[in-house]
Design a protein around this ligand. Sequence first.
Ligand code: HDE
Length: 703
Amino acid sequence: MKNTRSKSTAAPVTEPRSGSFAASHSSSGGELHEQAQGTHAPLTTQQGLVIPDNQNSLRIGPRGPTLLEDFILREKITHFDHERIPERIVHARGTGAHGHFELTHSLEAYTTAKVLTEVGVKTPVFSRISTVAGGSGSSDTPRDVRGFSIKFYTLQGNWDLVGNNIPVFFIQDAVKFPDLIHAVKMESDRGFPQAASAHDTFWDFISLTPESMHMVMWIMSDRTLPRSLRMIEGFGVHSFRLLNAAGDSTFVKFHWRPKLGLQSTIWDEAVKIAGADPDFHRRELFEALSAGETAEWEFAVQLFTQEVADTFPFDHLDATKLIPEELVPLTVIGRLVLDRWPDNFFAETEQVAFCPSHLVPGIDFSNDPLLQGRLFSYLDTQLSRLGSPNFAQLPINAPKCPFAHQQRDGHMQMAQPSGRVAYEPSSLAADSPRESVATGFISATVAESGTKGRLRAESFADHYSQARQFWRSQTGHEQAHIASALVFELSKVEHLHVKLAMVGHMRHVDGGLAQRVADGLGLVSLPAAPHSARPVQNLPPSPALQIIGKMKDTLAGRCIGILIADGSDGASITALKKAAMAAGATVKVVAPKVGGVKLADGSPQAVDGQLAGTPSVMFDAVAVLLSAQAAKALSADSAAVDFVRNAYGHLKAMAVDAGGQDLLQTCGVRPCAGVVAASALEEFLGAAKTRQWDRERSVRSLA
Ligand code: HDE
């Protein structure tokens, strides 16, 4: 932490430390201090005391005991001992970035929230994208929902939109959330598996919770395997209300649509990425922002009245349901741009405190029982995580508009309010803050009445129709991935009755799906379907629910890996690099040694990654440009063979020269769509924009 100690009063940075170890030996301490001479502020304790020696603790004699008196050692170690705060019980693993939101279309007719009415105004934001089940040190690519939270620092106070990359949720009532999370997290007795839903307790809970079947379809799809944090959609999930100046309210659902399009990895790839680079998503965003790129989304709304909602074949207050775009179209109203990596991960990404209850005038909650429960949970969790009711004073959480309240004291109070008035109203301080009905937050005036009880609405009882709609909306490739994911997950379940119960539920979704999963599990017969409270409806397919249909025809955000070795042809490398970068891709060169290679003409070529540490799962498409001699040598190197086989198996475009072709042959890769000559640059770059889906059945058995 830096302080304001002025240079003139600062002690010299490097003073001779006679008798100390560092002074008489050229250890790292001695050398570093020499290099640093005159360029750094002096290191101090938290109290501002300059530290003369940061390499040795205070002891009696060079080999004697350490003294308890060493308050500098104790301050440093004590601080270190307390450097972790409790991680989030869910969404512990997250990546954050700063940016802004710009409104392009005013919702003035619907709301008084300035952030949604003042076109062109750039509202600063901080966003955090997370996985749900794993701990903060878990990998980036498990099969999991992604949290997508945005804190808008608006002129009327902070607005937190705390959503997910999936528009529906597992449960209808907040009271089930602890059960759901206990079931999906590591099992209580054994402490595993980490960040994985493929285990008994999760599927046991799900099999007994029919309302989760729609969400199950989403989590078994490739939506839970994003290619990049910049390539996910986002959803506010619940219905909210917008309130206009007249006090009229309109329901709204919030959507984020990624500029780079929706893209996912495939399961085998995601598993291998977790080993190759557990920070795959965090690193990708870091590198993109560092290179001056951005992460961008369109912000869109679905607006509807109670009268329109009454015509839906489901209840919009039920968070296990979505409103198909075909039923209520999306209106794009703005753009979110993330362009700045935080200065400090802990201070910003870890300490940021999102609460769905952080609202601005003109936006209000609906009665969705899941949302209602969340309004309590988040403030409570921040108190436990951040340890103080003063968490809003942390720079990442503080509003950027004027604020004034009478809340005082408490653990880690940073402000020093003056004066004797800490209450409202007061006649003693003329300038003390007062309530303001004209600009304040007003709740929607909604009449509520009813019998008190632990109730669930009848309109929440249809658990399968939208699950079926989701299934029927997918392409054949996506259906195969969903069926295979169910087989994979249930194959990890030890209890047969749980597997049978899940296949039974699938019968309500689609008979063919149930049969495919049963076959994949090796069941001899189809189990009975459970009782369904409502007949399952055949809702019309919604193509907007696909991923493949939403991939964009672009190389932006995609990364091409070129495998080379000594003797590779420099001209081919340069031509490929140039064309790929001109088309918007990034390019990384991989070789057996990170020190570089000697090209065919004897010139040196720098490389970005060592082959053994940079497998092809890091890339969206690959090129293999090798001399005949290098191809022969690499055919005996498993890293090279895996590079080729995995790129092929993960349905990637591949460009090869003659040497590359030799290696492909050794790896058993035959010429097929998407495997092209390195000279056919245009064809290769076209294929690199997508996956070669038709190849899949020839490389993998799918359910
Ligand atoms: Fe959360 N959720 N949640 N959740 N949630 C938390 O708050 C909770 C739900 C979501 O990047 C916790 O600060 C309950 C739905 C995100 O910091 C906690 C229920 C959706 C994040 C909590 C839900 C979400 C959280 C843990 C059922 C999508 C990460 C740490 C009623 C709309 C925020 C924290 C970040 C985090 C409670 C369900 C999204 C415990 C009780 C539905 C993106 O308060």
